[in-house]
Ligand binder design. Structure first.
Ligand SMILES: NC(=O)c1ccc[n+]([C@@H]2O[C@H](COP(=O)([O-])OP(=O)(O)OC[C@H]3O[C@@H](n4cnc5c(N)ncnc54)[C@H](O)[C@@H]3O)[C@@H](O)[C@H]2O)c1
Length: 335
């Protein structure tokens, strides 16, 4: 049985244990309402019904390359997600998919694995591309029939900023445009390989496939040319389809761009979303929601991801399954 809404902490798994997966584990270690019981990376998984020790997991992953080596609780596997689903069954209430979406249908294919396994519960991703969220939207009926409550696009952007745009839209009778500008600073690109590769895929002359095929040396050579800074404009970002599906504005009114500094944890610019519209009195105005510069990408992705996981768990308890986005549902604050 899945955990009831009250009393018991929600039993959570994290798929992918790179930059965001490890940050997710650290964040969960201070929560009472959630307990981290399962982790999978590319070469193994770890599982304990009593909860996993975050520091032991991170040390094992960083020193030995996979969580599969975790003493007492780790298992090596080339099919870690499928194996983990089989081993844990319904003892995990929900998973955060902190996986690379490389290729662009990888995370939707993981969702299919959960459906095929007959697993029921909550899934949350922080997918970024419009075309990837569209693949999940097309699986809505399948997810609903399977009894899975799936929240897509629930990181920072898409995610927190898309939700802020949806809230800001309430002042207006008509939305003219939504402009998202993000600044990300990380100390080194190796800590967030998938994020950086996926960002390179947005640059002129690159694609998801080209970025995926690049060797580490090629990524470093590219970053050397730009002093570690990636400037991204008019990105294919799912905030557009999410705001469209939520009925707020058509996707062509949404633009996303940003600057990623891969050699300095200080944000190169303040992340913000500007929502311009016309009020019922005919006034044109702009709301701006700006993230504090001291908040990291990890905080702004993992916080919302678990806030949406909690919201999805509450929907599930009320018998609601299917596919939802960060623009449709308010995240719940996780204590
Ligand atoms: N929405 C947002 O605001 C936002 C922001 C940043 C990152 N992201 C997304 O978060 C995701 C994770 O990024 P990251 O930089 O933390 O990644 P990363 O490269 O640091 O880590 C990826 C992890 O996934 C694991 N993995 C890879 N293939 C696997 C497989 N087949 N089975 C099991 N595990 C597998 C790897 O072993 C690794 O532990 C990316 O898709 C990125 O786009 C979203």
């Amino acid at each position: 049985m899945n955990t009831p809404l009250t009393n018991q902490p929600i039993r959570v798994g994290v798929l992918g244990f790179g930059g965001l997966g490890q940050a997710a584990a650290k964040l969960l270690s201070s929560k009472r309402e959630m307990i981290l019981v399962a982790i999978a990376d590319q070469n193994g998984y770890a599982y304990s019904t009593e909860g996993l020790n975050t520091q032991a997991c991170i040390t094992t992953y960083q020193n030995q390359g996979t969580i599969g080596h975790l003493e007492a609780f780790g298992t090596l596997s080339n099919n870690s997600i499928q194996d983990l689903i089989q081993v844990t069954g319904d003892t995990v209430d929900g998973y955060f998919l902190a996986l690379p979406n490389l290729p662009n249908d990888f995370i939707p294919s993981v969702a299919k694995e959960f459906i095929q396994a007959g697993w029921q519960g909550v899934l949350v991703d922080a997918i970024k591309r419009t075309s990837a969220v569209e693949q999940l939207l097309s699986m809505k009926d399948e997810l609903q029939a399977a009894g899975i409550t799936y929240m897509t696009g629930c990181g920072a952007t898409p995610g927190l900023l898309t939700a802020a745009a949806a809230l800001a839209a309430q002042s207006y009778a008509e939305i003219h445009n939504v402009v998202i500008t993000f600044g990300v600073g990380i100390a080194n690109w190796e800590a967030y390989r998938a994020t950086v590769r996926e960002d390179i895929g947005h640059m002129p002359g690159y694609s998801v496939e080209a970025a995926r095929a690049m060797t580490d040396a090629e990524v470093e050579a590219l970053l050397d040319q730009t002093d570690g800074v990636l400037t991204l404009e008019n990105m294919e970002h799912a905030d557009d389809v999410m705001l469209e599906v939520a009925g707020i504005c058509s996707r062509d009114r949404v633009t996303v761009g940003g600057v990623v500094d891969t050699r300095n944890p200080k944000k190169p610019l303040s992340t913000n979303v500007k929502i311009t519209g016309r009020t019922f009195e005919g006034k044109i105005s702009t709301h701006t929601f700006t993230l504090g510069d001291e908040t990291s990408m990890a905080a702004n992705v993992c916080g919302p991801a678990f806030g949406y996981l909690k919201a999805a768990q509450e929907l599930r308890q009320r018998g609601i399954s299917g596919l939802f986005t960060a623009a449709e549902i308010m995240p719940k604050f996780v204590k």
